[in-house]
Write a protein that binds this ligand. Structure first.
Ligand code: MG
Length: 249
């Protein structure tokens, strides 16, 4: 079943989304060569709780940390560690889930650290663009597959791999709700969108092949070929004639 949210509930998800956005900005300000990924995770947890929120990934199916931090060839679900340090030229994804006043928002961004190479620059630019290009498909009466197809088409046209095993989802009351939103697919397929649906849309693209593997820690997903990966995500609400981003400024 796909939840439909009232305007008042959407306002609350947007408040959660604003704290989510502020957490991203705070972490960006700390992201420098030499800091450990565990330090960044600790700071994310402190920031969210000091603003009345709950870092919602913590404890989810046993996940140990506050947020997910994925570096370079790590696609998603990276776990911040004391012995992993940020270097110039890295790309670093923060995937943050916040609950505020019982409403959940989910957002991810991949940041460059200092000067990055051309391959990573191309990957970051087009992964972010693929999110916004896909979102433009969203409005009542349209099948969700149009967004999936659009993201896939855009990514492949720019030579990027589309991860198949992971995708977006409904969000708001809980972290992961229906519907499943793949970043590949066919126009005209999938559930028909309705005003009041709240969706986390999250392309995960690679600079190489699309295949992924899970590390022995049971969480971290990396590209099989070692190519860098990027991840951009917003929580959005379906409106009367389109969509509204709830995890923006
Ligand atoms: Mg998500």
């Amino acid at each position: 079943m796909i939840d439909i949210y009232t305007d008042d509930e959407i306002k609350k998800i947007k408040e959660s989304g604003h704290l989510n956005y502020m957490t991203h900005q705070y972490l960006k300000s700390l992201l420098k060569p030499g800091v450990s990924t565990k330090y960044l995770d600790d700071e994310a947890g402190k920031f969210i709780t000091s603003h009345g929120g709950i870092p919602t990934s913590k404890g989810f199916e046993g996940y140990p940390n506050n947020i997910c931090i994925s570096v370079n060839d790590e696609v998603v679900h990276g776990i911040g560690r004391d012995d992993v340090f940020i270097h110039e030229g890295d790309i670093v994804s923060f995937d943050i889930v916040v609950t505020l006043n019982n409403y959940v928002s989910d957002s991810a961004t991949t940041w460059p650290v200092g000067h990055i190479n051309k391959e990573k620059e191309h990957l970051l630019y087009h992964t972010e663009r693929s999110l916004y290009v896909g979102l433009k498909e969203l409005k009542p009466g349209v099948p969700i597959g149009n967004l999936s197809a659009r993201i896939q088409q855009y990514a492949e046209r720019h030579g990027l791999g589309v991860v198949r095993e992971l995708g977006g989802h409904g969000v708001g009351h809980e972290m992961h709700q229906d519907p499943w939103i793949p970043n590949y697919g066919k126009y005209g397929s999938g559930v028909i969108l309705k005003k009041g649906m709240v969706l986390a849309v999250e392309p995960m693209l690679t600079a190489g092949r699309k295949d992924i593997v899970e590390l022995d820690d049971g969480w971290t997903i990396v590209t099989e070929d070692g190519s860098p990966a990027a991840h951009f995500e917003h929580t959005v609400a379906i409106t009367d004639d389109g969509y509204e981003i709830l995890t923006g400024e």
